[in-house]
Design a protein around this ligand. Sequence first.
Ligand SMILES: *[C@@H]1O[C@H](CO)[C@@H](O)[C@H](O)[C@H]1NC(C)=O
Ligand SMILES: *[C@@H]1O[C@H](CO)[C@@H](O)[C@H](O)[C@H]1NC(C)=O
Ligand SMILES: *[C@@H]1O[C@H](CO)[C@@H](O)[C@H](O)[C@H]1NC(C)=O
Ligand SMILES: *[C@@H]1O[C@H](CO)[C@@H](O)[C@H](O)[C@H]1NC(C)=O
Length: 955
Amino acid sequence: MSELRVFWLRVVWAISLLLVAVDCQSTHPTEVTALRVIKESIDPENSLSNWGPGDPCASNWTGVLCFNTTKDDNYLHVRELLLLNLNLSGTLSPALAQLSYMEILDVMWNQITGSIPKEIGDLKSLILLLLNGNQLTGSLPEEIGYLPNLDRIQIDQNYISGPIPRSFANLTQAMHFHMNNNSLSGPIPPELSRLPLLVHLLLDNNNLSGPLPPELSEMPRLRILQLDNNHFDGIIPPSYGNMLQLLKLSLRNCTLQGPIPDLSRIPNLAYIDLSNNNLNGSIPAMNLSDDITTIDLSRNQLTGTIPPSFSGLPNLQRLYLFNNSLNGSVPSTIWQNRALNSTVQLTLDMQNNNISGVSGGLILPQYVNLSLQGNPVCSNGSLQGNASMPAFCGSPMALISHLQSIPSNSTDNCPASCPSGYELAPGSPTPCFCAAPLFIGYRLKSPGFSDFPAYFYSFEVYLTSGLTIKQFQLDLNYEWEKGPRLRMYLKIFPEFMGPGTDTNVFNRSEVLRIRNLFTQWAIPDSEIFGPYELLNFTLLGPYEAIDPRPSSSSGISKGAVAGIVIGAILGAVLLSAFASLYILRLHRKKYHAISKRRRVSRASLKIEGVKSFTYEEMKRATDNFDVGSEVGQGGYGKVYKGILTNGTVVAIKRAQEGSLQGEKEFLTEIELLSRLHHRNLVSLLGFCDEEGEQMLVYEFMSNGTLRDHLSEKYKESLSFSMRLRIALGSAKGILYLHSEADPPIFHRDIKATNILLDSKLISKVADFGLSRLAPVADMEGVVPGHVSTVVKGTPGYLDPEYFLTHKLTDKSDVYSLGVVFLELLTGMHPITHGKNIVREVNIAYRSGMIFSVIDAKMGSYPSECVEKFVTLALKCCKEDTDERPSMAEIVRELENIRHMMPESDSQTSDYIVTKLGKNVSPDQSSSSTTKNPYVSSDISGSDLVSGVVPSITPR
Ligand SMILES: *[C@@H]1O[C@H](CO)[C@@H](O)[C@H](O)[C@H]1NC(C)=O
Ligand SMILES: *[C@@H]1O[C@H](CO)[C@@H](O)[C@H](O)[C@H]1NC(C)=O
Ligand SMILES: *[C@@H]1O[C@H](CO)[C@@H](O)[C@H](O)[C@H]1NC(C)=O
Ligand SMILES: *[C@@H]1O[C@H](CO)[C@@H](O)[C@H](O)[C@H]1NC(C)=O
């Protein structure tokens, strides 16, 4: 038993260490003094009233966040000063330099004056320097350029003058320079081009001058270059056409001259603003990226004609060419070729040029605003008698910016109002749910679009997945501000967790988690939305009392130390008890061969959001895995319908011999699945890993698979609008997997039997069994184009490109989904008697016979919508992956089609209640080739009244 003795020695040693550590849990005296000096200088109003006699790290000083363990010197050290929006004035003290381990200095949105102390250059660990929204003056100290770990400088909205120091070129870790809205002068140092990681360079609204350095094009990662409202000399360097990562180029009102450079080579350029300069020459005929949303070349001296290359840009929202000297005519192909996105507003402002006509069709779709006032075309009578003329030539509508909100479910019909501090959660699936929201001021500093409604949905997905909350928990209002920047007022509501639970308030740790994600910029930057900033995160109502310091920054008072010591001793006693048990078990193991695999898994599997079930519970839920509970058989094993003790109906996937995965794989799959939450994905509720069994427990989809609903089995069929809804839901679920899951996921086995329908016929994508982690981009870097894997998938749905090359891309899922769309439209199977659905529909389409293959069971339908849907489906199934739309484009186009539907058809009231065959015996259904793993055969075998499908929605 020498093992045991060694162990006890270790316990004693650990306790003594702990006691020593507890004894020294205080802040380094230098830092205590420094904090007092800082307060003295920054806080004349005494907003930091609790920065008193106690210890900064060990008692609760507002905004002082410390490392939770001591450093080598056995003292605690300040990690972060989080002092945003605290009504601080006064000046920044050089004593800040004494907080030598500090990583985040955040004093945003106060009224601090004076200059930035050069001593900040001593803070070698500093990662975020956040001084924006104050009244700082003086110049930028070159010492800031010596900070080896600095990721982000935000000094915007101050009165800082003088040059940008050349030393900033040494900031090799910097990704974000936000220095807009100051009085910086002098040239942009060409040396900045050495910054290897810089993604956002915002220097707009300063007094910068000199030439634009051509070298900036050498920055390998630059996404946003925003330099508006400065006084540069000379031209836009042609080299800027080589900034291949660029998304936004904004050089408005910069006194620039010369020609517009060719920007054709930039693959993802979304936003160009070169307005209000002295640019001349003609607009080059450049092939702009399909991602382009905004082109503003107004207020220059441009001549020549409007190039045809502005046509067919599918995401274009704004084309401003007014106040130039352009001639010729406006090609109507600018709006005619917008295959996708036909509901996004397109504003074409071409006033005050020499434009003499409009070529091509003169019929303006509703979503296009064209202004031609002040052109010969409006005065020379060539448009006389044309119905559209007043629309072209009248004075344009003023663009009014006012507070708008993202539409969400109505709460109009809710009876009582909520108590103070609480509001009806507008998006909540629980009707009339009163909850206490968090109020957050938020702003997109440099968005890549000009019309937000087109991006509502993706913004919701982006922000809620970044915060790991559900989409319906977010409510927002927004307005455009100068810049243009997009100001938002966010409300985040807690989620209703079931009756009897007190969940209409976030708990403290959730509040802090959400706040930290904002204050530490932990929500990844998105391309189109650009950098964001937090304006305020004020704790109101029931949250007012929350001590905003994270528990990790030891909030230990002196008085609590005694408690800790006692706790430590108690802990040690308990620990020793466990240790003895453990050692006993170790010894037992030699004699009783306990499955090591099983124990390891029980110990390590604690995954948030999913429940670990015992084998007993699974046995009980399925009546000892009775044949009667069996609802299907997949490649993985049998699927059972189960009823948990709390009454929840679930689908249980039980791995069969040979499907048992290694411990790691099983764990990986569960971890992966547990992180995915989307209305259109089947959610994992739990798992069981015991007795040599592996089972996955899912929410039960009472309406079975899409394939079943398309087959003859169902007497009543889905209407076209239902089919469209199912398609849209599926596409959204997959879009989430592709773009919002972290890391992104390719499904790899999308098919009609993997699209399930819940009690409300909402489609949910199932079975990520074949999912592989998609290639991951480093923070903001380049994603490898594909992952090479062994070909898996189902015949008929398999992307031919993937089959040939083994290169799996997001477009492989697009192909499979396209096949599902064709099934939805035609009712056919992907392969029947050797005929392939894609080929068959293509043949019908090319010969103009498309309606001959449309599923007759779906009744009447608006033919133009069906046509658009077929076109989309076939586009998804293009041989060439590049010709296929992206999942986001699919979602947009389906939304468009849905908006085109006649009003009554697009309402939710037209669900066709599906009927299950009355007399299908379990035997019959088990012989069916399309047997659905989630639909209970005991539903079809029972004496259910035809037309009534049990509504089972777990959770
Ligand atoms: C923290 O501050 C609050 C008020 O600011 C005070 O009531 C509380 O006693 C303090 N806690 C500690 C541990 O100092
Ligand atoms: C910073 O860059 C300058 C040149 O701009 C160079 O002379 C200096 O040595 C660099 N300093 C550090 C600390 O890297
Ligand atoms: C153009 O920029 C200058 C500063 O460079 C500013 O004073 C002026 O107001 C700007 N003009 C417009 C129209 O924004
Ligand atoms: C201490 O902080 C680190 C992050 O800095 C965190 O990962 C860890 O969980 C914290 N430990 C405790 C005991 O809070």
